[in-house]
Write a protein that binds this ligand. Sequence first.
Ligand code: ASP
Length: 440
Amino acid sequence: MLECIVTKFGGSSLASDEQFRKVRSILELEPTRQYLVPSAPGKRYPSDEKVTDLLYACYEQASAGKPFADQFIKIRERYLSIAQLLHLKVDIEAALSEVEQGIAGGRSRDWCASRGEYLCGMLVADYLGWRFVDAADGIRFRDDGTLDDERTQELLSGLLKDRKPSVVPGFYGAKENGEVVTFSRGGSDITGALVARAVNADVYENWTDVSGFLMADPRIIESPAEISSITYKELRELSHMGASVLHEDAMFPVHRAGIPTNIRNTNKPYHPGTLISKNAPNEVSVPTITGIAGHKGYSVIYVEKNMMNSEVGFGRKVLSVLEEYGISFEHMPTGIDSMCVVVNSELLNPHREEVISRLEKLVEGSGSVTVNDNMSIIATVGRGMVHNCGTAARLFGAMSRARINVRMIDQGSSELSIIVGVNDCDFEATIHAIYHEFVE
Ligand code: ASP
């Protein structure tokens, strides 16, 4: 029996009075759902605007000394219609006027953006009859704008220790002096994870508009299989490669605290969604692969130098050139007298000439530096790989049957993923070949 569940509802789950009603029935299904973290109202239909985007637009206008009434009226209308249609008592008119005055009065960009969640939290709390806990009192940022994790844990667990059902708005917190700071976009996921950790929840439910993760990008594979269970480590590998449903930083607090995250669909409340946990316990059979994700647009910097193998510190020198230009590397397969550094082309391009000439200096007279662009990286991720021999053979067999040239291979030391580099033009075909080898 689960004793305490923290729920986070995304913007589309709170976009209208109808969505609010769905949220309430989800909470009624399971009384141990005691904490709720809302996003700001999102899109009701594809061409609709998100409240957060409107708030940023108001701020931009106001800070340029221009009127923002056209944008603000849309925000006002969203909140007022939800409040009216649900017959809420909270004085949302007054709260909206305060926000409008704050924007006009030159409040900060973060403060303006945070009001989307703040106002939404007020509505949700009133609708459910739950307590409203301002995230500014529980989520603490340092003066440099980074999250103060320890202080946040202390403050939030103190505020919520009486176990009263509470609404904590997502996306923002405050510095010690009260100045509001937001996370990056999509950051309500992080708030949810921090609340889950603070109350030591049994599970952190993240309610959105999809039924969890898919094994591959549906724009490439038609109706890919759903992932019912995944570990935090696997998810990290997949989200790094672009598969995203959850904010990347939302995994750490719950992962470390051993709390599973369950991605659920507000529009399909009985669908079990995807369960993300530390080690996917109680599994009867583990699928060999859990998911495939990838990205186009990488460059491979190929550095060759005679006797590189015996020169201690050469790799460090290469990497420090990249470090100087703020370029992080993705992979680094090495040979005896050569090394490849795979980097995102977008990061390399602004400094390409300088980086190459600096590297050429390092190998002067005894080597060469070449850059190959238009490479894709595809990660095939699966905790089941450890238990199955022959996974790599199947993967490369499938690629060879599809006549795809493998340009780079990297198997993570964790045996959790096999990474291949292919030409950008082979990207989709590679995902098809791997998916169909393992899934159908
Ligand atoms: N409302 C914010 C955004 O649109 C934060 C969130 O929804 O998580 O990014």
